[in-house]
Design a protein around this ligand. Structure first.
Ligand code: THU
Length: 129
């Protein structure tokens, strides 16, 4: 399945009545499976969740544990990068060379790796004595 198409389909279903900023995400795993996510906002604003987090939850529920590719789409003038928290969430399951492609609805795109998006990431190594 085309990852841009999967993210675009998801985008339509985003629940963003407060920011009015809909985001769709799609994750591919090494097996070829694709998981979609949308942002889901809440009237208690901090309780809202990002599209990437939704896609990660769908992936985990299906039993997959590795991200090989990510696509994110939003209606913005420039491609929208994952927020800081989502970078750490994506890095939990994806190696540094995983490509994250960010799209606008008008077809602009920006490709960055997870390592570029989250240099100096916190890892389990940091918790060792
Ligand atoms: N948002 C995402 O879903 N993913 C991102 O990568 C950036 C921001 C959402 C959160 C919130 O619902 C809306 O966009 C505005 O911040």
């Amino acid at each position: 399945m085309d990852l841009l198409q999967a993210a675009s389909e998801a985008y339509e279903k985003a629940y963003a009545p407060y920011s009015r900023f809909k985001v769709g995400a799609a994750i591919r795993t090494p097996s070829g499976a694709v998981y979609q996510g949308v942002n889901v906002e809440n009237v208690a604003y901090p309780e809202g969740t990002c599209a990437e987090a939704g896609a990660i939850a769908a992936m985990a529920l299906a039993g997959d544990r590795e991200i090989s590719e990510v696509a994110v789409i939003a209606d913005a003038t420039a491609p929208v990068p994952p927020c800081g928290g989502c970078r750490q969430k994506l890095a939990e399951f994806g190696k540094g060379d995983v490509k994250v492609t960010m799209y606008t609805l008008s077809g602009e795109k920006l490709v960055m790796t997870l390592a570029e998006l989250l240099p100096g990431k916190f890892t389990a190594e940091h918790m060792k004595d």
